[in-house]
Design a binder for this molecule. Structure first.
Ligand code: NAD
Length: 419
């Protein structure tokens, strides 16, 4: 992945949107950094009896619209600026999709592959032990992100309830069904990315049934995006993935993959490297594929200037957070390649999380169709509103999304005399 500070990335675009909106400098000064970032050291007793100390973070960006909301990432490259940037994106995302939440994000610097299940549980519980005073169903609501899942949410919520005595399920989202989880949550981000891809292709005059699609990352977001794009008639011809032993690898099949079979293979083997009847291509070839759309669904900073110059697709839809950096963005703009930004494209996850929270606090049940239809409705609403801004200001979809979100945040900040 390229090295580009994601916080600098979000700040540059925030600044530009505040300038376009002619807002007082204090608005940018307030939004460029989180309200608070908490850094913690988590002692974990390892299976060999020795203690290891893991560094963790929780960043709370802006709560003007409601409780902070955002995932917890377990990854060796987690760092303070990344968590801050991710929390800012969450504020913007919640604002763009009209959710009553602010932005939060957390993380631990750890390679989960090095931990046993018991060590992972102790680490997850340790994170909550250090942070339980700063989270809560009306204050800050965490969720899964890269390398965290419903099992980790169950340990975390259980620890939270033990420590606080507050027996609410609404403090974490992305939980398992039966333990406060919601139907549709797992697929929601992918459904949203697929819906926005379909609409954007339509706007470019491309019929999804004739489209060729390349996806980077086949985890939660990538695999569900592939599944729903296939359902809509799209043809997924290439997938780039990462394997601890093989590193980054890319598979290609010009006739398109059978996504259900691919998902089954990935779930069983944890890799697609040995998947049948595929051609292996280099990552450079992946970026220069003759496809209609590339959907990065791995980590931030995957598309820098070098990659931006290679891309031949007409559309990039950001399934991941921050995959296209600031400089790449301007190259893509000059090359007339449309980028649908993360704060719009991957907001299906937090929208479904919102409905999970609604079900938890109000003790009502929603079906999968209820949740996914609401996700689609809210995303299409935001997409159409942002398109209007894009036309009004004659800017990229990224700037339009930021302008739309910042304007909504600004109005509430003003109303509450916070600025
Ligand atoms: P995940 O851990 O389930 O999947 C990530 C996948 O990317 C993994 O399969 C991993 O092997 C692969 N990968 C890692 N490095 C790679 C590389 N260099 N090239 C190709 N593949 C690589 O994570 P996820 O939940 O799917 O999240 C992916 C991205 O989407 C993150 O940026 C996350 O913040 C963002 N996101 C996730 C959600 C959600 O609901 N899960 C919602 C919004 C945004």
């Amino acid at each position: 992945m390229n090295s580009f500070n994601p916080l600098e990335n979000v700040q540059k675009i925030l600044k530009k949107s505040c300038e376009i909106l002619n807002l007082d400098e204090s608005v940018y000064d307030l939004l460029k950094e989180p309200e608070r970032t908490i850094e913690i050291n988590i002692p974990v007793k390892m299976d060999n009896g020795k203690f290891r100390i893991f560094k963790g973070f929780r960043s709370q960006h802006c709560d003007v619209m409601g409780p902070y909301k955002g995932g917890i990432r377990f990854h060796p490259t987690v760092n303070g600026d990344e968590v801050k940037a991710l929390s800012a994106w969450m504020s913007l995302k919640c604002s763009a999709t009209h959710l009553p939440f602010g932005g939060g994000k957390g993380g631990i610097i750890v390679d989960v592959n090095e931990l046993s299940d018991n060590e992972l549980e102790r680490l997850s519980r340790g994170y909550v032990k250090e942070l339980y005073k700063y989270i809560g169903d009306r204050y800050d609501i965490p969720a899964p992100d890269v390398n965290t899942n419903e099992k980790i949410m169950a340990w975390m919520l259980d620890e939270y309830i033990k420590l606080t005595g507050n027996n609410t399920l609404a403090t974490f989202t992305g939980k398992a069904l039966g333990f406060g989880g919601s139907y549709g949550r797992k697929e929601a981000t992918g459904v949203g990315v697929a819906v926005i891809t379909r609409e954007s292709l339509k706007k470019l005059g491309i019929n999804i049934r004739e489209s060729k699609i390349a996806i980077q990352g086949f985890g939660n977001v990538g695999s569900n995006t592939a599944k729903h794009l296939e359902r809509m008639g799209g043809n997924i011809v290439s997938i780039s993935e990462y394997d601890k032993e093989k590193g980054v690898y890319t598979i290609y099949n010009e006739d398109g993959f059978d996504i259900a079979d691919l998902i089954e293979h990935f779930e069983k083997n944890n890799t697609l490297f040995d998947y049948k009847d595929v051609k292996h291509i280099s990552i450079d070839q992946f970026y220069s594929l003759d496809v209609d759309v590339i959907i990065p669904c791995a980590l931030e900073n995957s598309i820098g200037e070098e990659e931006a110059n290679k891309i031949r697709a007409k559309l990039i839809v950001e399934g991941a957070n921050g995959p296209v950096n600031y400089y790449a963005d301007s190259i893509l703009k000059d090359r007339n390649i449309i980028v649908i930004p993360d704060i719009l494209a991957n907001s299906g996850g937090v929208i479904a999380s919102y409905f999970e929270w609604v079900q938890n606090i109000s003790a009502i049940d929603m079906t999968e169709d209820d949740v996914l239809n609401k996700v689609e409705y809210k995303m299409l609403f935001a997409y159409n509103e942002i398109l209007k801004i894009q036309q009004e200001y004659d800017v990229t979809m990224r700037l339009a999304s930021y302008i739309y979100s910042v304007l909504r945040l600004y109005k509430i900040l003003k109303l509450r005399s916070r600025i």
